[in-house]
Design a binder for this molecule. Structure first.
Ligand code: SER
Length: 645
């Protein structure tokens, strides 16, 4: 079944059940300052969940365009996309669990001829809310019994596996179960996340999720045992029924909303992947044509270059929809996210050696030199007929082209400079340094280009320059570079910012008395020595990793400020042990989300350190953080080695 058809089937299934179909809202939220982009179906419908009557009545259905910037770095595997469509059905104080769960089960399992998705019920597993002692909100017994009946009616044994059977709830194992309960981290939904994170006045509620089983073998990297919420790839969440019936009060407790709501969100692309019984979301028909034309123009196969293809497909599709909703590339906010998407796509297109390629049109009648990405964008514009992107294509395509050109200008002039300097058969350390300094060429790019041309490049001299430069900037900015930075490559810089996040996370988990006692960062890994007496437990390490990755996924801004030493001390900025600081110091703060250089919002920052940099612009650039080793180095001093991927 084609994805467009699946969308129509879902909408008509709910129209037949007296829902009014409403159009998707813009990706730019109208009255919601909490996020840059619409990331779920409920955001535009919030007022109606809180009780305002919807002009179309108490039952509506839709397919909402969604964009989740926090997933940019995840794209490249078989399931993550930044842009997706969320199929929705909504009850604003009308029906509840007794109708919702049977309906969604019916839609998912009914044959295509009868208007369903025709998924084998044996391949579906469901989760429910396990209850929460902090808020006193009870386990969702009602959903358990509804699911039991639904599966039993299909002749499927429906054993319930309770969260209590494993206290951490993340290594349940299958235990022959069909229905599983999880705590607030997995089966509670609000815009802000778990109950503790919700501000007063925010609605939320327990949810019940449906997972599709691809029956792929479990990968123990993700835990000893597999279970529906395991990330190994066997299970894919395809739908989520949120029973939105609570609101948080000023005193932090929860009370019932005036009405009980249903917010169902189904991943259109994910359900399509389940119908294909292929865990690769990029194998659904929406991507077919673009994939094919990319294969033709790059003379490379998707199968051999999955990561590159997926990043281009996802980022350009997202960019098309964001541009269509009126955002243009810039250095702040939404424009910045859009810029990142386009530039990342350009870099990955270049990895396929797809610079200014010949693009062959379908009839193969002519070839022309133009941007590969523009071609990808135009194909998406054509495919998404229901969104009428063609009308906006005059705004989309030129903006995309302009941004790609801008990005390439620096690249192109850098390459020219490289060629000029490479004429005498070698690239000196100074050359490499100048390329870095004036054209933003990372060392690796210079090295790669030199290798391609079979010429030598002097790494040692390059680093020696680097050192001098470091001394110079140290005086110039009156800042301090962290003692142990091996170089200023992109990798080292990413690890350097991760280092700041790590210190703060250690203090949160082990106690505020933890202090940094030394550091050494190379392009491969970071090493931090810190004061702490005991060996860290597995749980503590996991928690530290979780916090760091959470901050990475929040894509927080990293801001440099200069100030008198006393002021930095007053802010409680972390200092390096034994380090002497000048009267004016350079300080790096990470977060909050809306901090900007003119208004760094120190009181809300996640981390503040005396530091001369360099750092990434936003934590989202870091990648995934992982602790490799934790060991003792001296009495009362522990050492962590960690890397990012
Ligand atoms: N709001 C819920 C989600 O985003 C269901 O629509 O998962």
């Amino acid at each position: 079944m084609r994805t467009q058809e699946l969308r129509d089937k879902f909408l008509s299934f709910y129209r037949e059940r007296n829902h009014k179909e409403i159009p998707s809202s813009s990706l730019v939220p109208e009255n919601d300052p909490t996020t840059l982009f619409t990331g779920s179906g409920m955001q535009p419908l919030l007022p109606f969940l809180l009780g305002r009557p919807h002009p179309q009545g108490k039952r509506v259905t839709d397919s909402q365009k969604c964009f989740r910037a926090e997933d940019i770095e995840e794209v490249g595997d078989n399931r993550h996309t930044t842009f997706f469509e969320m199929l929705g059905n909504w009850s604003f104080g009308d029906y509840f669990k007794q109708e919702q769960l049977p309906w969604i089960f019916e839609f998912l399992t009914k044959s295509q001829e009868e208007g369903g998705a025709n998924l084998d019920p044996h391949r579906l597993y469901v989760t429910v809310f396990a209850g929460d002692s902090m808020t006193g909100i009870p386990a969702d017994e009602e959903s358990i019994s509804i699911w039991k009946k639904l599966f039993t009616d299909k002749g499927i044994e429906a054993k319930y596996v309770a969260l209590e059977s494993n206290e951490k709830g993340n290594e349940l194992g299958m235990q022959g179960g069909r229905i599983f309960s999880y705590d607030v981290r997995k089966n509670w939904w609000s815009r802000a996340g778990v109950p503790a994170k919700m501000p007063a006045g925010e609605p939320g509620g327990p949810d019940s999720e449906v997972f599709y089983d691809f029956q792929t073998p479990h990968d123990q990297k993700f835990g000893k045992e597999c279970h529906p919420n395991c990330d190994c790839g066997r299970f894919l969440e395809i739908g989520n029924s949120v029973f939105m019936e609570y609101i948080k009060k000023e005193d932090g407790s929860f009370e019932r909303l005036a009405q009980r709501n249903v917010d169902f969100g189904g991943g259109l692309e994910r359900i399509a992947a389940a119908i294909n019984d292929d865990p690769d979301v990029f194998n659904i028909d929406i991507f077919d044509e673009v994939k094919k034309s990319l294969e033709v123009s790059t003379e490379k196969k998707y199968e051999d270059y999955k990561r590159e293809f997926r990043i281009i497909l996802d980022h350009i599709r997202a960019a098309v929809f964001i541009l269509a909703d009126g955002v243009v590339p810039s250095n702040t906010g939404r424009g910045y996210v859009l810029r990142r998407l386009i530039r990342r796509a350009v870099r990955f297109a270049d990895k396929l050696e797809a610079k200014d390629l010949r693009v062959t049109n379908v009839a193969k009648k002519f070839t022309l030199h133009r941007s590969l990405l523009t071609d990808v964008a135009e194909t998406f514009i054509k495919i998404y007929k229901n969104y009428d992107l063609v009308k906006q294509s005059n705004a989309i395509v030129p903006e995309l082209e302009k941004e790609e050109k801008k990005f390439r200008t620096t690249l192109v002039s850098g390459i020219k400079e490289f060629e000029a300097r490479a004429k005498d058969g070698k690239i000196t350390g100074q050359d490499a340094f100048d390329l870095y300094q004036s054209y933003g060429f990372p060392w690796e790019l210079t090295e790669e280009m030199a290798k391609d041309r079979g010429i030598s490049v002097d790494r040692e001299a390059f680093e020696e320059e680097f050192k001098k430069h470091r001394e110079l900037s140290r005086t110039a900015s009156a800042g301090v570079f962290k003692g142990g930075l091996a170089d200023r490559s992109a990798e080292t810089t990413r690890l350097h910012t991760a280092h700041h996040l790590l210190l703060k996370a250690l203090q949160m988990v082990l106690g505020p008395e933890v202090k940094q006692r030394g550091s050494n960062i190379t392009a491969e890994r970071l090493r931090m020595d810190f004061s702490y007496v005991n060996k860290m437990t597995e749980e503590q390490k996991k928690e530290v990793e979780r916090i760091v990755n959470e901050k990475i996924s929040e894509d927080l801004p990293v801001i440099r400020s200069e100030m008198p030493k006393e002021e930095a001390e007053k802010l409680g900025a972390e200092r390096e042990f034994g380090q002497k600081y000048p009267d004016t110091v350079s300080v790096y703060s990470i977060g909050p989300k809306d901090a900007v250089p003119d208004d760094p919002k120190f009181s809300e920052a996640f981390s503040i350190e005396f530091c001369g940099g360099p750092h990434v612009g936003r934590t989202g650039e870091i990648g995934r953080f992982e602790i490799v080793k934790e060991e003792a180095v001296a009495a009362g001093i522990r050492r962590i080695k960690a890397r990012v991927s």
